[in-house]
Ligand binder design. Structure first.
Ligand code: NI
Length: 650
């Protein structure tokens, strides 16, 4: 391997390292025992021990030993192999573990093989012919994660359930033309079709659903130019993967499965770099659909653990995803042969003006103080099947951290008879049903507020009864209690009691005597509507509750466990927290689940305007007072009048 410089222990693997890792795996004796159908599923950095990273951050010196973790799938016998490769000096395999009880996430090649198999199957073509479809080139077959529904003939197989669409010549949006009722079950390892299910014909909607500039018709012509200009360049610096912006400092990571990762988020305050987050990432997500019909009941895509948010990341160089002075970081993942794939401009870093930061105008003097708010944006977008998800972290000048997911792309669709109203969905075009569904996300927040030993407190507000101490009935106050162990910290949001949670460091107190902390403020949320007994509820138990807190364990990474694909259920948070381990004044991890409830609208078709969901982390007693008092006033500059001339200059 050519010498490369790694400047931080959490830097993602470089392309040269991915090449060296794949070569080391191939050179290992164990590799010789695998079949010709072996695929690399992922090659990622195996993060060093947290203690070693923290020690390096404090004291500098040599980087901790650098390892890679590899997941292989042998399609010959269906086994999964977990391999650790040491990268110091000559890359070499240092651990190899065979697993016969798991299904790693899908790779694109498998899905394409499934599509070709199905498209050339005679039973499938006969089913299409019954529907009057003979142009098989126009047929598109989408392989969905199979889930686990306890079907006997599916045990031990690697599977995809395939649904069918028509893409007529010259059209792009196949979801406008679903072939409802026709499903193929494919064994991905044996590359054979297990079943073609034909549940009867439903008319295929005919209205095109394209949304390119031609399909949209004449563009509106009343858009005035808007340019973001930073004449002195961006206000942040990038040193390798370390970003510094005003008082903030953090490291940006990236993995095949989670995509964007924030590491070691800290804030410079009175000469100290104070720790807030050790590591924050999307740990899992799932989209359960509510339609029980044969074509749709199994749609429970777990886009992180089953498809890989990172490997599906889009390059932002072609679109106009970000505006202004942009700095991009590339991402490197591995393809099925273990070769590096570089996603240029996968991560976008830029600043945004976000209106007023704080303000007071004294009505007597007619004067006062106003400051404008700026935020640092670190974002990426992934296109996963029909949906596109944007993952946006925002850092603000007042110490707030915000996470926002942008949901857009194209709805998953089915067909309905012309005289029918969909029971479990919304008509979005003639004969086109967009099924009701939910999007659940879980973010793993390894918070280290001013150090490792943290605790989580629940804060809620209660009205007080009328009485001698509350004669006017106006009294209400906030209460708090600290979680002692895992089970007690499994909680749901509750707007009726203004419930939120605060991550505190009980050993460090601010000047008024209370522990320093950060408040987790829920945003939009929902509870799952699938029954507790449903397959999806078992496989993705993390969606059943909003808050989970665990003691730090480097092996506990993903809310639905390491291998959710076709898993029978129970893994991840429900399993770990059943031990009810202590969490008070420990190194803890907070897992927050949030759900977007999606009853589609006609306006979500043919492409959805962005919906957003997320949460905020706000300092609470972390600072002694408003930490953004030192933001200087903005310099006013002249504006043009509104175009019609009727507006006042501002
Ligand atoms: Ni949706």
């Amino acid at each position: 391997m050519t010498a490369i410089t790694i400047s931080h222990p959490l830097d993602p693997l470089r392309t040269e390292e991915i090449v060296a890792v794949a070569a080391a795996v191939r050179a290992a004796a164990q590799y010789g025992d695998l079949s010709a159908l072996v695929r690399f599923i992922t090659i990622d950095l195996r993060e060093p021990d947290k203690a070693a990273v923290l020690d390096w951050s404090r004291n500098g010196g040599e980087l901790p030993p650098r390892d890679a973790e590899v997941v292989l799938l042998d399609g010959g016998d269906g086994a999964t192999h977990e391999v650790t490769v040491a990268l110091d000096g000559e890359a070499r395999v240092v651990a190899w573990r065979r697993r016969d009880d798991v299904q790693p996430m899908a790779v694109v090649g498998e899905l394409m093989v499934a599509e070709e198999l199905v498209k050339h199957d005679e039973r499938f073509r006969a089913a299409l012919a019954r529907r009057g479809i003979t142009d098989f080139e126009a047929v598109q077959v989408d392989a969905w994660p199979a889930g686990n529904f306890n079907y006997e003939d599916e045990v031990g197989r690697r599977l995809a359930r395939c649904v069918v669409f028509i893409r007529p010549a010259g059209e792009e949006n196949e979801w406008a033309h679903p072939v409802d009722g026709l499903i193929a079950l494919v064994d991905l390892n044996r590359q054979q079709i297990l079943r073609i299910e034909d549940h009867g014909e439903v008319p295929i909607p005919t209205e095109p659903g394209d949304f390119d500039a031609t399909a949209a018709g004449p563009p509106r012509d009343d858009i005035a130019p808007l340019e973001i200009v930073q004449p002195q360049g961006a206000g942040f610096t990038v040193d390798g993967n370390v970003i510094r912006w005003q008082r903030w400092e953090l490291h940006v990571g990236f993995t095949s499965r989670e995509g964007l990762v924030l590491n070691q988020v800290g804030y410079h305050d009175r000469g100290l770099l104070r720790s807030i987050i050790y590591r924050a990432s999307l740990s899992e997500m799932i989209v359960p659909y509510g339609d029980p019909s044969p074509t749709h009941y199994f749609k429970n895509a777990m886009d992180a653990g089953e498809n890989g948010v990172g490997v599906c990341a889009s390059s932002l160089e072609l679109g106009c995803d970000c505006l202004g002075e942009i700095f991009y970081l590339e991402a490197n993942v591995a393809d099925a042969d273990g070769a590096p794939v570089t996603i240029p401009n996968a991560i976008c870093i830029h600043e945004e003006d976000v209106g007023v930061l704080w303000r007071h105008i004294d009505w007597r003097r007619g004067a006062g103080e106003v400051r404008r708010s700026r935020r640092l944006v670190i974002s990426s977008f992934s296109a996963i099947g029909n949906y596109d998800y944007g993952f946006f972290w925002y850092l603000y000048q007042d110490g707030t951290i915000e996470y926002e997911i942008k949901l857009t792309g194209v709805l998953s669709t089915g067909g309905v008879a012309p005289d029918e109203k969909p029971r479990y969905g919304t008509l979005v075009a003639p004969g086109l049903n967009a099924m009701i569904h939910q999007h659940f996300f879980n973010v793993r927040l390894d918070l280290d507020v001013d150090g490792l030993e943290n605790a989580v407190e629940e804060v809620w507000t209660e009205s007080e009864p009328l009485g001698p101490s509350n004669p006017h009935g106006n009294a209400y106050r906030a209460h708090r209690r600290r979680f002692a162990s895992e089970r007690g910290a499994i909680r749901r949001t509750d707007p009726a009691s203004a419930r939120w949670w605060e991550i505190v460091n009980p050993r460090i107190r601010h000047r008024l005597g209370a522990p320093v902390g950060y408040r987790l403020i829920p945003g939009e949320n929902a509870v799952p509507f699938a029954a507790a007994e449903a397959a999806v509820s078992k496989r993705a138990g993390f969606v059943r509750e909003h808050l989970w807190v665990t003691p730090y364990d480097r092996g506990e990474r993903f809310a639905a466990g390491e291998y959710p694909n076709q898993h029978p259920g129970g893994a991840g948070l429900p399993e770990w927290t059943s031990a009810d381990r202590p969490i008070d004044c420990r190194d803890i991890v907070v897992w927050y689940t949030f759900g977007h409830h999606h009853v589609p609208r006609p306006e979500d078709w043919p492409v959805m305007p962005v919906a957003t969901i997320g949460f905020k982390l706000k300092p609470v007693g972390f600072f002694d007072r408003n930490p953004s008092l030192d933001v200087p006033p903005s310099v006013p500059h002249r504006s043009h009048r509104a175009r019609d001339g009727g507006g006042a200059p501002s």
